[in-house]
Design a protein around this ligand. Structure first.
Ligand code: CA
Length: 228
């Protein structure tokens, strides 16, 4: 999942970047409203964290322009602890949720995960498709009762495909959402990882959880069991 953090306070921005990276996100950062708006319009994002008090262009203006430009990904705003007006204005401008400063990272992470799963049409943190169960909190995967050991990148690919189970996801999208910009964009890497995922999830090739649509991408094709 690719997240943009727009925050002018350097230490907070860098801390969030490190924590989100540790939590498995691909992270872009911007330090003012102008830089942030550019990144928010141009980068292939899954979610954005936007501080409301930003230099050059306020967080509210950034959100308003993003929504006016047709960007629909979820937005989490960072607000002052005691300002209910900020929260209301932010939500009215098009944000989806807020966290008041100072916050615990766990709260930011839980809210981001909830926004991402709702954007994918899931009501619970456990994604179930047929016998495949992915727990977005523990970042674990089971097929039936059997745990499946995945590498970080295998997990990230599976999470991305399962959050949007039933949709076609292109190789380009997987590459952009899962790797930093400086990573060599080689779609063969994605093919290799998807191949490994298939062998781990379905060693006997009975489930066929991940379909390849030639020239278009991949689709997680087992039916959702708890869409809400
Ligand atoms: Ca600020």
């Amino acid at each position: 999942m690719r997240v943009l953090v727009i925050e002018d306070e350097t230490s907070l921005r860098e801390t969030l970047k490190a924590q989100l990276t540790e939590a498995g996100f691909t992270v872009d950062v911007a330090q003012d409203g102008v830089e942030g708006l550019f990144a928010a319009l141009e980068y292939p994002l899954d979610v954005a964290i936007i501080d409301l008090g930003l230099p050059k262009l306020t967080g509210l203006e950034v959100i308003g322009r993003l929504r006016a430009a047709g960007k629909t990904y979820p937005i989490l705003i960072l607000t002052a602890r005691d300002s209910w007006q900020d929260k209301v204005e932010g939500l009215q401008a098009g944000a989806d949720d807020y966290v008041a400063k100072p916050f615990h990272f766990e709260e930011v992470l839980a809210r981001l995960q909830a926004l991402l799963r709702r954007a994918g049409g899931w009501a619970t943190p456990e994604l179930k498709c047929g016998p495949v169960i992915l727990d977005t909190r523990a970042q674990t995967v089971k097929v039936g009762e059997a745990p499946v050991e995945l590498t970080t990148f295998e997990y990230r690919i599976l999470e991305h495909l399962m959050l949007r189970a039933g949709e076609v996801i292109s190789k380009a999208e997987l590459t952009e959402r899962l790797y930093d910009q400086d990573f060599e964009r080689d779609s063969n890497v994605i093919e290799v990882l998807v191949g490994r995922l298939r062998r781990k999830l379905d060693p006997e090739e009975r489930l066929k959880p991940i379909e390849t649509l030639r020239g278009r991408g991949y689709r997680f094709s087992l039916p959702r069991e708890s869409a809400g």
